[in-house]
Ligand binder design. Structure first.
Ligand SMILES: [Zn+2]
Length: 344
C-alpha cells in the first residue's frame, strides 16, 4: 500500500477494518519443491480474502505446480459434501448476519426441495439431451468442504479440504503491487483459486461437460447455484433458479429471489459462452471470480465477489460494515476497493 492510497483506504477502513479479530486460517501444504515466492504468494492471497471474511475456521489446502493444458493458469479441486436442502437452508439461516443474507435466505424456496430449470439431461421431457429447459426438483445441495466448515456442516479436521495447482509454464509476478506486462499476477490468481475453494463453483459446469449422459437427478445444484437466476427461470415461479447450460437468457447472481440482477455469470465452456459457469461473465470486470487473467493485469476482489461469499455462508468483518455496505457506506467501502483496483 503506497501513501498515495492511504487516504481512501483508511476512509474505508473506518467501516471495514482490514484487521479482523477472527479470520480464516489457511493452512497451505506445499508440494516438495514449491518456491518460497509461491508459498508467500498464497499467504498474501489468503490475506486478500481475510480483509473481508471473518470466519474462524482452518482450511487445509495443498498447493503446487504442474503441467496443465495450454492456456490454463491454475486449477482447483475440493472435497465435496452433499447435505439435504433442508440442512443447508437451516445452516444458512442460522449464520445470517448481513442484509444480503436476510434478503437472500428469505427468498429461498421453502420446503425440503427446490425447483430449478435444467437442460441437456438424459431424462429431459423435451427429448434426451435437449437444450430446451424443464423444471426439475432437487432435495440436496453440493458444497465444498470449506463452505461446509464455515456453516458448521463439517467439523474441524486435518483432512485436506482442497488442492490448488498452478501451471508450470506461465511467467508469474509474485509482487501483487507490481505486475509486469509479461507476467500473470500470482497473488490475484491464487486468490481466484481460493475463491473456488471457498465455494464459488457452479454445478452447471457438470451439465455443460457431461450433458446428455446422465439424468437430472445426478446433478445437485451447488451452493452458489441457489442464487443463480434468469428472467426465464423466475417466470416459472418465485425463486426458481436457473441451472441450464447454454447462452439462452443471461444467468445472474441475485440476493432477492431473482428480481434484481447483481452480476452476470458465465454460461458454460462447451455449450455456453466458452467460459466455465463457475465464474462471472468474462470481459465485464465483475470481480476476481471472472474467468480470465491477462498479462500485466492486477486481479482484485470486488464487491460482487464479497457479496457472493457473504450469501453462500461467510461472515463479513466487521458486521457493522455489512449494514453500512448495503445502506449508507457502500461508496466508502467501494472506494477502498476502487483504490486498490487502480493500483495497476
Ligand atoms: Zn476459475
Amino acid at each position: 500500500m503506497t501513501n498515495r492510497f492511504l487516504g481512501p483506504f483508511l476512509a474505508g477502513a473506518l467501516l471495514c477494518s482490514p484487521f479482523p479479530a477472527s479470520a480464516i486460517y489457511f493452512n497451505f501444504e506445499p508440494d516438495p519443491g514449491t518456491s518460497q515466492d509461491a508459498i508467500n504468494g498464497f499467504v498474501q492471497a489468503g490475506n486478500l480474502w481475510n480483509v473481508w471474511l471473518g470466519d474462524n475456521i482452518t482450511l487445509n489446502i495443498e498447493i503446487g505446480f504442474t503441467a496443465l493444458d495450454p492456456g490454463i493458469i491454475g486449477q482447483t479441486s475440493s472435497s465435496w459434501l452433499g447435505p439435504s436442502y433442508s440442512e443447508v437452508v437451516s445452516a444458512l439461516q442460522s449464520h445470517a448476519t448481513s442484509p444480503d443474507d436476510f434478503s437472500a435466505y428469505g427468498n429461498l424456496q421453502s420446503g425440503s426441495s427446490y425447483s430449478r430449470l435444467i437442460n441437456y439431461t438424459s431424462n429431459n421431457p423435451n427429448g434426451p439431451n435437449s437444450s430446451i429447459p424443464y423444471v426439475d426438483t432437487m432435495d440436496w445441495v453440493g458444497l465444498t468442504a470449506a463452505n461446509a466448515k464455515v456453516l458448521g456442516l463439517l467439523g474441524p479436521s486435518l483432512n485436506t479440504d482442497a488442492r490448488i495447482v498452478f501451471s508450470s509454464s506461465f511467467s508469474f509476478a509474485f509482487d501483487h503491487a507490481s505486475v509486469d506486462p509479461f507476467s500473470i499476477d500470482f497473488v490475484g490468481a491464487a486468490a481466484h483459486e481460493i475463491g473456488h475453494v471457498l465455494g464459488f463453483v457452479s454445478g452447471v459446469d457438470d451439465i455443460d461437460t457431461m450433458g446428455g449422459a446422465q439424468p437430472g437427478t445426478n446433478f445437485s445444484s451447488n451452493m452458489i447455484d441457489l442464487f443463480r437466476y434468469s428472467t426465464n427461470s423466475i417466470a416459472y415461479g418465485s425463486g426458481v433458479t436457473d441451472y441450464t447450460a447454454g447462452n439462452a437468457y443471461p444467468k445472474y447472481f441475485s440476493v432477492d429471489g431473482g428480481t434484481n440482477a447483481i452480476a452476470q455469470f458465465a454460461a458454460g465452456k462447451v455449450l455456453g459462452d466458452g467460459q466455465q459457469a463457475s465464474h462471472w461473465k468474462d470481459g465485464l470486470n465483475l470481480g476476481i471470480m471472472g474467468p480470465t487473467a491477462g498479462y500485466g493485469q492486477t486481479l482484485n476482489i470486488s464487491t460482487n465477489d464479497v457479496r457472493a461469499m457473504d450469501v453462500i455462508g461467510y461472515t463479513l468483518v466487521p458486521e457493522p460494515c455489512t449494514a453500512q455496505l448495503i445502506f449508507t457506506g457502500f461508496a466508502a467501502c467501494a472506494a477502498a476497493l476502487g483504490a486498490r483496483r487502480r493500483r495497476t
